[in-house]
Design a protein around this ligand. Structure first.
Ligand code: IVH
Length: 678
């Protein structure tokens, strides 16, 4: 066999190094430095070279993350060190009890309890896994199983881009012979919702919560399935090691951060228990802001020597405790099922329930998705039901409490006519959703305008749902474009509107004209086009004309889009009155082409990455983000090596601590405004 030319070997190594580095920037630090297109180009080049030179194929290559062949079954593997579980503290008192016990045991052993350092971490509600790196390479990944024996799910875990296939070593550093890294695999909430929407659209059963969806992906025998799901991981422990001896948990976490692992930025070290406790309570209040579910906070004694002294009872160590948040499920009485008509004409059934507290919030309504889902779960009017809230996700009904049935419960069927306009409803073949086919159904129009002005879309502050309804009912607006042709006099007649409030509405409308193309595209409310798909479409087609003239196949060809979405996009643009709306929105001066990339290369903040923390007095965070992006900068959710500036508003969170630890430039709001020229 002919020897591989050395320049090819060199190029392949170079590409692998670059791709893994960009994976790391994107998936671990959340701070990409190159565009997706550039990444794809490098990836394609490597794939081509590997195909041409099979002798260079190698399981650790980034190209191998896309999912190997299906397995006949999972092999059982024994963990080198038992995977323990955590004892719970259900409230503040129990947490204090735990602390007292720790202090007493240590004191009995002659250790000053005042010297104990605590680490607090979010308790991630996902799937616990163990990763083994031998001589720096990932050789095995396993589920927790019963704590002693788990399942070998290496092929699936390899598809998770946030898991390094090899340790990131410092120049000249030798990897430890063995290191076991433990963490929690999870599916981000946004991805979960999108995933469920797609499943529902395809008529497949939806998952009850992100944990089930994530765990289900890891237990799939076909790694190509896991590869398609945007799973991620938070690493929280170093287990078995050979050739590495951290002295404390904090040191272990620092080692993880320094070697390419994703460690949660909320982890904190406290020299005083009161502060640790405060951190736990503060997170409970903020849990709904996160993009993943946490079901509690974990408090750990930092020093390994002290951990050893404290030992374990049964399967739970005494040196750690899980402070559980208020449960996210509850049981209540389902009074009746009602229907509203969404912006795409879908009739959405929802449950009206006796008020009940779930996860610290009182709820009275829960979505029921569609008739099939109601029947599959066998939910009836009058049932007692288990309701669930996961993070920020809308409350869901898990199922009825069958034992509580009296026989008076009523089975539910969707109405044959639209509750808004009276049109006969339709259920297209193969779809689970019942629809109102009337394009001028008032409910559909009002809902689409509400979506248009909403925070994630055009974010027109001052034009809330109520005002949209009032304007529509008075026939001052008939669609979203009409908003931009309103005159101040139109609002004068509305109760509660004075000069100042009217000026605010017009200022908000004016500001919204600058929203980027992807936001406008999302705001249009095209079926299946959420903010992620809108961004994908905007990036690929770059302006609305190219998108409008693209064929169904061209649209479906965009990575991440697929035929169902493409069909919906085509349908939207084929509708003459939608084209008319777009023309009027253009006349109103909205952005219909991608501009960020030009700014990204040439803007004054080009190449600078920002992290925002705390509340800004002069603008919303989303606005600050837009301003940064408009000048070529990027904004990321967490502080890492690549962070350029951290902007700290009022009550900054742990990101500020992280920024200080990493010695990043911290800007006050005033300094930030100066920097962006305001
Ligand atoms: S430490 C002895 N830290 O909670 C230490 N666990 O009930 C045991 N979990 O199986 C693990 N976030 O799946 C630890 N920051 C965190 C965690 C965490 C979530 C899960 C993990 C474990 C379970 C224990």
């Amino acid at each position: 066999m002919m020897a591989t030319p050395p320049e090819i070997v060199k190029r392949v190594e170079e590409l692998r190094g670059q791709l893994e580095h960009h994976n790391y920037l994107y998936y671990v630090l959340d701070q990409p430095e190159i565009s997706d297109a550039e990444y794809d180009r490098l990836f394609a080049e490597l794939q081509k070279l590997e195909t041409e030179h099979p002798e260079l194929q190698f399981p650790d290559s980034p190209t191998q993350r896309v999912g190997a062949e299906p397995l006949p079954g999972f092999t059982q593997v024994r963990h080198p060190q038992q995977m323990l579980s955590l004892a719970n503290a259900r409230n503040g008192e129990e947490l204090v009890d735990w602390h007292r016990r720790v202090a007493r045991i240590l004191e009995d052993r002659g250790i000053d309890p005042e010297s104990v350092v605590y680490v607090t971490e979010p308790k991630i509600d996902g799937l616990a896994i163990s990763l083994i790196y031998e001589n720096g390479r990932l050789v095995r990944g396993a589920t927790r199983g019963n704590g002693e024996v788990g399942e070998d799910v290496t092929a699936n875990l390899r598809t998770i881009r946030a898991i390094p296939l090899a340790l990131r070593l410092n120049p000249g550093e030798q990897p430890p012979a063995v290191v076991e890294v433990r963490g929690e695999v999870y599916l981000p909430l946004a991805a979960f919702e999108r995933f469920n929407e797609e499943r529902a659209a395809a008529g497949e059963p939806t998952f009850a919560n992100p944990r089930n969806a994530g765990a289900g992906s890891i237990r799939q025998l076909d790694p190509r399935v896991a590869a398609k799901r945007p799973l991620s991981i938070w690493c929280y422990q170093v287990g078995y090691t050979e050739g590495l001896e951290p002295g404390s948990h904090w040191q272990a976490l620092e080692w993880l951060t320094g070697h390419g692992f994703k460690v949660n930025p909320m982890v904190e070290r406290h020299e005083d228990f009161g502060k640790a406790m405060k951190a736990c309570l503060a997170w409970e209040a903020r849990r709904s802001e996160l993009d993943y579910d946490i079901d509690g906070a974990v408090v750990k004694v930092d020093s390994y020597a002290m951990q050893e002294v404290l030992g374990a009872v049964g399967r739970a160590p005494r040196w750690a405790v899980a402070f559980k948040f208020a449960p996210s499920t509850a049981v209540t009485h389902l009074l009746k099922i009602e229907v509203n008509v969404g912006r795409t004409g879908a009739l959405n059934p929802y449950a009206v329930m006796d008020p009940v507290e779930v996860g610290g919030v009182t709820i009275t309504h829960a979505t029921l998705h569609n008739e099939e889902d109601i029947q599959r779960k066998d939910i009836r009017e009058g049932d007692w039901v288990v309701v669930q809230r996961a993070g920020d996700v809308i409350p869901q009904i898990v199922g009825p409490v069958i034992q509580k049935r009296t026989g008076a419960e009523r089975e539910y069927h969707m109405p044959g006519v639209c509750p808004s306009c009276g049109a006969h409803t339709v259920r297209p073949e193969g779809e689970v959703v019942v629809r109102c086919p009337n394009k001028s159904c008032p409910s559909q129009i009002v809902e689409s305008i509400k979506h248009f002005v909403s925070k994630g879309a055009m974010d027109i502050e001052g034009v809330g749902e109520k005002l949209v309804e009032r304007l529509f009912n008075r026939q001052l607006i008939k669609n979203m474009a009409d908003l931009y042709f309103l005159k101040p006099d139109d609002l004068l007649g509305l109760e509660g509107f004075k000069e100042k409030s009217i000026a605010n509405v017009f200022k908000a409308l004016e500001d919204s004209r600058k929203r980027p193309f992807s936001r406008v595209l999302f705001a249009l409310g095209i079926r299946h086009v959420g903010s992620i798909n809108a961004t994908l479409l905007a990036r690929n087609f770059r302006d609305v004309d190219s998108l409008m003239s693209a064929s169904r196949d061209e649209i479906a060809g965009v990575e991440g889009i697929g035929p169902i979405i493409a069909e919906a996009v085509r349908e939207y643009f084929d509708e003459p009155h939608n084209r008319e709306t777009i023309q009027r929105l253009r006349d109103a001066g909205l952005q219909f082409r991608l501009e960020t990339e030009a700014a990204a290369a040439t803007g004054p903040l080009a190449g600078k990455s920002f992290v925002l923390t705390g509340t800004l007095g002069s603008m919303a965070r989303s606005e600050a983000k837009e301003k940064i992006e408009a000048q070529g900068g990027t904004v990321s959710g967490s502080v890492g090596k690549g962070t350029g500036y951290v902007v700290a508003g009022e009550n900054p969170g742990s990101k500020l601590n992280k920024a200080q630890q990493l010695r990043k430039t911290v800007l006050t709001e005033e300094e930030f405004l100066k920097l962006i020229g305001e």
